[in-house]
Unconditional design. Sequence first.
Length: 521
Amino acid sequence: MSETPRRSSRLNKNQEESSKPKPKLVDNDIEMEEAPEHLHSYATRTYPKLSLPSAAFSPLLDIKQHFVLFTKSAKTHEARFAIRALRSVASLRKRLNAHVLARVVAGAFGKDEDVRKRLVGYLGPEAATSITAEDEASLTKHDTPEVDVYLHLLVMIYLLDQGQLEKGIELSNLTISIVQELNRRSLDQLAAKVYFYYARFYEVAGRLAEIRPTLLSAQRTATLRRDDDTQSTLINLLLRNYFHYNLYDQADKLVSKTTFPENATNNQLARYMYYLGRIKAIQLEYTESHQCVLQAVRKAPQNNVTAGFQQEANKLLIIVQLLLGEIPERSLFRQPVLRKALLPYFQITQAVRVGDLSKFQETLAAHSATFHADKNYTLILRLRHNVIKTGIRMISLSYSRISLRDVCLKLHLDSEEDAEYIVAKAIRDGVIDATIDHEKGFMRSKENVDIYSTNEPQHAFHQRIGFCMKLHNDSVKAMRFPLKTVNIDAAEVEAARDQERTLVQEIAEADEDMDEDHDEL
């Protein structure tokens, strides 16, 4: 009975507090910062109904934030800040236009500066009219040339997207000369990007052969300076240049005379492994080619942005697997990104798997244009022998004894002499374990041997252990260790903690002395 009035009084008190008017927040009480782009993308994924200010989507703010990162990277000699800014270029590229770039250039350079006149001139006369008085008033001078090169890079990307190749080639040549004259280590990441788009302009224009001496000279300079980013980019650009004109001998010489940097990014390493795998496949070194292409597929980012590279790499991987006598997994052809692109290669795989030579020839004729466009036609022609070997292997497993005439009919060969020659070569290569009776004209297969009594399981186990050990070593090399400044900060923190412990100990000793004096009194 005594608890009832207490509860009722408590409820009344809560109702009175809830009924009181709540103080309104004034705009000056809290300063709201504009949300950056990565937070907006996270918020929209996590909370679909959440809306952020429209200013958060402004490319002007993103570019100005990149200016801060490049300046910080140049002053602290930390490449991670420049890398963070360059990673955002892909998303920023979709929102670039002439008006935005003109306003950014006007806010970074004075009205009478040559750099501003040059860049705005490449953007067109309409871009100059979009410069406002606010942009002129908010002029911010940057004492680092990284900002200058970055603005040149953004204008190059804009011209490439707009298809203005002549202007882009002119600006890229100018930007390359600026980068070479500056010769700053803080420009390594930017220089790699500039060289990439420089080569891209000439590739789209069909003039790749013109820039080969420039790329070779820049690659030698990057090697001497130990510039890993620019060096890896230039090696891949040179290999792409050679492959464009089918100069595989020059590409092989370049690979043998150069050393790909160990600290290269995963994207550049994936490209290099793909090119190296193609060279090895043409040289009939299928085992090494399979390892290189497989590593390229694993190193490449698994997203829709790199769908083109994934398709090209998996096409080559399928061909190399078939040349090795292996059949790719069916799940590879069911991936949404690869399903349509790998359809002709799926039909080739089916023909090789069943050993049907006529189906192989039909598929090769039907998709000849696709294979030529992918530059895989020559490699696929080599699969004809694998189709025949697969057919012979299936015949050997199905029949203990079969005439050479029946072998000729099943494999759709021209004559029994061809069938005898092919069967003899398959026996010599170890594809089948059989004997040929030339007089009676038949092939006799031997009994199947248990595979676990051979060295095949040991060989497969050794390959898997080698892959795991290499993955472990690469992971150890990729670990990032703290710099000296971090160690200094840690030492200062530890010294402060020691000083605090000493102070606490002195206070405790003083308290004990006071207690002893009090006891004596």
